[in-house]
Design a protein around this ligand. Structure first.
Ligand SMILES: C[S@@+](CC[C@H](N)C(=O)[O-])C[C@H]1O[C@@H](n2cnc3c(N)ncnc32)[C@H](O)[C@@H]1O
Length: 226
């Protein structure tokens, strides 16, 4: 962990000095470890919470999936689903390819790019955004939701797992620190947590159900099309 911090410190310094930015590539090897140190198992618990709501045979789009541990979690519970896994970080995708059990590869497509590279003819039963939308400004989130809602089937569901605004002072500080860190190290555009519920509602989605984790700091929500 000490060496992780040293590497991050070096990277942050480089970012300031020469504007070097390559998104999440640099932190891919320590991402899951750091998440566990700061949030215990809650980052994983929150993302896994609604897997049992995914119907067998579903076609799933995962945006910003990261290192890929979520793939085995989904396939082990829902063995007949097909997944399109999108992440702009080359190293995250490489890690995900190594992490996923080989037996699931025929049901899986990796896209090392943005969602704009997803075949527009494919329709999804589930769109899953785990700690993804919080990286964008509200207008950009609106565009993403609006673009992809066309590809969500009529009875489909959008599962969003993310941090949420609370009134607890130390959680506000943690969120602020995270935004500073991810902005400097990964070059994310957002500077504060968006109001996800408002944006989903504005884009034609209805709240279906939700669950809180980590003393209310993390929320998993299922939205359905109106
Ligand atoms: C905060 S991490 C979350 C990773 C994972 N979902 C988790 O919770 O462990 C965000 C992920 O989104 C990816 N990402 C960033 N911008 C993206 C974009 N425009 N399209 C797709 N993936 C993106 C990053 O490479 C990173 O893996």
């Amino acid at each position: 962990m000490v060496s992780d911090f040293r590497r991050w410190y070096f990277y942050i310094a480089c970012n300031f000095l020469v504007g070097m930015k390559n998104g999440f590539d640099f932190i891919s090897s320590s991402y899951d470890r750091a998440a566990k140190i700061f949030f215990g198992n809650d980052i994983k618990k929150a993302q896994c919470h609604y897997i049992t709501n995914i119907p067998e045979g579903a076609t799933i789009l995962i945006l910003g999936g990261g290192t890929g541990w979520i793939l085995n979690e989904i396939f082990n519970r829902r063995s007949s689903v097909n997944i399109i896994y999108v992440d702009t970080s080359e190293r995250m995708i490489a890690k995900a390819k190594k992490t996923v059990d080989n037996k699931w590869l025929s049901q899986l497509i990796f896209i090392n790019d943005t969602y704009q590279s997803v075949d527009s003819k494919v329709h999804f039963d589930i769109i899953f955004t785990p700690f993804f939308l919080d990286m964008f400004k509200e207008n950009d989130i609106s565009v993403i939701i609006n673009d992809l809602s066309i590809q969500l089937t009529e009875n489909g569901a959008w599962i969003n797992t993310d941090f949420t605004n609370t009134t607890i002072w130390y959680q506000k500080i943690v969120v602020k620190m995270m935004y500073i860190f991810f902005r400097v190290v990964c070059g994310i555009s957002a500077m504060k947590l968006p109001n996800f519920e408002k944006i989903f509602k504005q884009n034609g989605f209805l709240f279906y159900r939700s669950a809180f984790f980590h003393n209310g700091m993390i929320k998993s929500i299922i939205y359905k099309k109106r």
